[in-house]
Design a protein around this ligand. Sequence first.
Ligand code: NAD
Length: 240
Amino acid sequence: MGKDIYLVIGGSGFLGRHIVDQLRARGDNVSVFDIVQRYHDVPFYAGDITSVESLSKALRQSGTTCIIHTASPPAGLTDASIYYKVNVDGTQAVVDAAIACGVKKLVFTSSAGVVFNGGDIIDVDERLPYPSVPMDAYNDSKAKAESVVIESNGKGGLLTVALRPAGIFGSGDRQVMAGLWEVYEGHKTHFQIGDNNNLFDYTYVGNVAKAHLLAADKLETPAPAPALTALGKQPVSLDE
Ligand code: NAD
């Protein structure tokens, strides 16, 4: 199979930029689609993901075969409607444009928060269902966007995957360190929540970016056929 041509949606952002850097470092053809332009070293398409038209134009002009969709409003906004508009309607528009333009692969950045209900989550895997009462609009919209992506797998030849990072840290972060700094500046560091045994997963941004590249590469590998004996069947002889 030939090399993919990538469009990183949200490629001007923290994680998106690391994905762009890693694709460039391995010599791949990559463009960015975003509402803001922060870098000028790759082809840039200005647009909002809620517009199928803008997306389709960028996909056709760039010849994209693989979309990596990292765009989202930041967590913590008071206006919930922006999350549903961008994350749910916008992600549906990404899927629609991808299928209309014959894109082969879509890697979506979801969030570990999609299964968080405010309680401890220990030793679980992706089979854990979404909570009946979502944590907040951001996480609810990410769960709904993730469902849109997963349900579109196989439609019109599009292969999809969703990744769920927890907290991301590293160079270019505008959320995690800013929040910690605000606590420090506000002299709130003497408050402790819990018994000092609370855990939260953080992953280095370079590793999260690498996971997106690996997921994209893996999407084109056909799933191995299950052994017939594993399905409780006997092989059929073609000579009979
Ligand atoms: P970021 O804000 O740095 O980057 C997001 C990018 O998306 C920005 O460049 C922004 O301009 C763009 N964008 C926003 N709305 C858009 C729209 N309507 N159309 C086009 N572009 C739009 O955020 P980030 O921290 O890099 O997060 C990237 C992804 O990772 C998000 O989907 C987020 O939900 C997910 N995530 C982040 C964290 C974290 O700790 N940062 C943790 C878990 C999941």
